[in-house]
Design a protein around this ligand. Structure first.
Ligand code: ADP
Length: 164
């Protein structure tokens, strides 16, 4: 029986993409045939890295996976994630969970998305113990204050190449 490709969107701010995000992505690759890593941004909010730079960093971070055959596409978007799902033919949204606070915030968003688009299901992937303390906020703080963020970032990423 021919099966449709299972396609998921992994949305986030990814400002910047961390080892925690990478870990969720790697788990998601075991569940889905194609994954769009989607950098969501707000025109009115200036981020740490620009959306284009975030996309470039993620493309560099996932290159070894893509070279090994993973079907990953990185893009940026504004607007509703469910609209992006429809545009890309994705039936799933992937989100990572670190804490109960993450769960409380995420379950509300997942329910709203399900109400808007009943066919789209959010799949939660728990953080690995080793990475559950990593957040983009902490990484930005470390960088801004001159610390070494390398332990929190994908191993092939030199953050200095992305900061102007
Ligand atoms: P957002 O601003 O949309 O929450 P983030 O870039 O902070 O975007 O996070 C994107 C997704 O990755 C979220 O589902 C978040 O819970 C998850 N995430 C972030 N850090 C980790 C981590 N260390 N382990 C597992 N999931 C994580």
């Amino acid at each position: 029986m021919a099966m449709d490709k299972r396609t998921a969107i992994f949305p986030g701010s990814f400002d910047p993409f961390t080892l925690g995000h990478m870990d969720v992505l790697q788990s998601a690759l075991n569940l889905f045939d194609r994954i769009y890593v989607a950098v969501g941004y707000n025109h009115l909010k200036r981020g740490f890295l620009s959306p284009q730079t975030r996309v470039r960093l993620i493309n560099d971070a996932v290159r070894p996976l893509v070279d090994a055959g993973a079907d990953i596409e990185v893009l940026s978007y504004t607007g509703l994630t469910v609209d992006l799902c429809r545009e890309k033919g994705a039936d799933f949204i992937v989100r990572g969970l670190r804490t109960t606070t993450d769960f409380e915030l995420e379950s509300v968003i997942a329910q709203a998305n399900r109400k808007m688009s009943p066919g789209i299901v959010t799949v939660f992937i728990p953080a690995s113990h080793a990475y559950s303390f990593i957040s983009s906020t902490v990484v930005r703080d470390v960088i801004v204050n001159g610390g070494d963020a390398a332990p929190f970032l994908p191993s092939n990423i030199d953050i200095n190449k992305y900061i102007d």
